[in-house]
Design a protein around this ligand. Sequence first.
Ligand code: FES
Ligand code: FES
Length: 157
Amino acid sequence: MSAIRFTLNGKEVEYAGSAADRLLDVLRNEFQCTSVKCGCKEGECGACSVLIDGVLYNSCCVAMGAVEGAGIVTMEGFRETERFAAIDKAFGELSAVQCGYCIPGMVLAVEALLSRNAHPSEDEIREGLSGNLCRCTGYNAIVNAVSNAAKEGNGLW
Ligand code: FES
Ligand code: FES
């Protein structure tokens, strides 16, 4: 069986294990991408969110065989970007982070949202983040932070 090749945070990598393995487990255990959190493992919480070719996916529901040739971004890569800096600043200023468990997935969901809609309404933000559960913060602070990130980061998306 040949290795599965893909790009992870801009680097070409390969995985020699089973095509049936979960992307979530492989990212955490083989590639030390521990920002990718394991919550429900059932596609419900969004803690394991990653970007695959720019689209948000729950990595617990993606088999390795599906990522051959794909470009995957986790927070380990995204945190190096100017767009992350704008989101990070807005979340910090509005105290939109508490325990932080949901935040890597939440931030990638924000990136996916703003990439397709740079000026979302409140309803569009709520819809864009509807797959990412937060057990601590309450969603109003997060929604306001996304709105501010979109305004302050105008031109980045
Ligand atoms: S761990 Fe993947 S959606 Fe919850
Ligand atoms: S900040 Fe704790 S789960 Fe979201």
